[in-house]
Design a protein around this ligand. Sequence first.
Ligand code: KG4
Ligand code: ZN
Length: 338
Amino acid sequence: MLVLGIETSCDDTGVALYDSREGLLAHRLYSQLVHVEYGGIVPELASRDHIRKLLPLIDTVIKAAEIEPENIDGIAYTAGPGLAGALLVGASLARSLAWAWGIPALGVHHMEGHLLSPMLELDRPEFPFLALLVSGGHTLLADVRRLGEYGILGQSVDDAVGEAFDKTAKLLGLGYPGGPAIAQLAETGVADRFTFPRPMLDRPGLDFSFSGLKTAVATEVAAQADDVQTRADIARAFQEAAVDTLVRKCKRALEQTGHKQLVIAGGVSANQLLRARLADMVGALGARTYFPRQEFCTDNGAMIAYAGTLRMMAGQKDEGTGFAAHPRWSLEALPSVV
Ligand code: KG4
Ligand code: ZN
């Protein structure tokens, strides 16, 4: 089955073609630049840029895969969670194209796309496994029993970890997105000059909280961040606290569930310190880690094409002619695939 995948939940327009026998045929990503001067995403500008870029990108991917539109068997698009306007651009185009081509369409959950993204690699996990999903909007630990059967073991009670990276970057005068900028600045930081809190580690359970960490950084910045070295030292201490918190919660979750495979996905899984520390911890427990390749950590069309292929092969498709976007949508609400 050949599936066109469309991702427009936030500020990246992603398109890919996935074939159930041949694997990923082609994929392209357009990362919007219009938000840089505002220091964060402006939803209306995101929607307008998706409108401008989506069709040309679909064209490019079809040409790159050297297929004809009539070879496509289905269209998968991100139906949520995300920005309502941005989601509606992808949903309306996907449903219109599918209608015109006489093929099924299916709305896919963005976080399920992230969760399955390590399965695009040759060395891939097998169900069941534990998943840590870390993005700009989510921080959650999921017990992945099978495709579509996800139990949320813990999640952030306030800011997502990616959001904490972005807000801290802003406090330090760095650009958007903050994650890569913090990681880069932290390289020149001195270890242990600052120590920031690791929220909720002293309590049982698997929930996270990152707003206190951001506040601690804000206090330090206000007190003394006028030189470059101090800012680098703060970036280093922030990254250390965020990574340490995630690693310790993953250890707790692995011990509680007995899972021997840990999948880490979402934008923050691109963080090198997080990848290294998780691999060490998981190795010491005799378990294994699985990450997406670097370019599929952040938003992309390949993960949506892949998740859509698995579900459409099981016969799932959108019914009727109406369509909806789900800006808020729990992973636990998804139908399972037997
Ligand atoms: O998955 P994603 O592309 O979009 C959402 O679904 O939210 O994640 C974006 C988030 C941003 O907060 C960004 O700062 C963070 O991922 N990020 C990183 C790194 N690369 C991206 N955070 C830490 N280290 C990185 N290298
Ligand atoms: Zn994402």
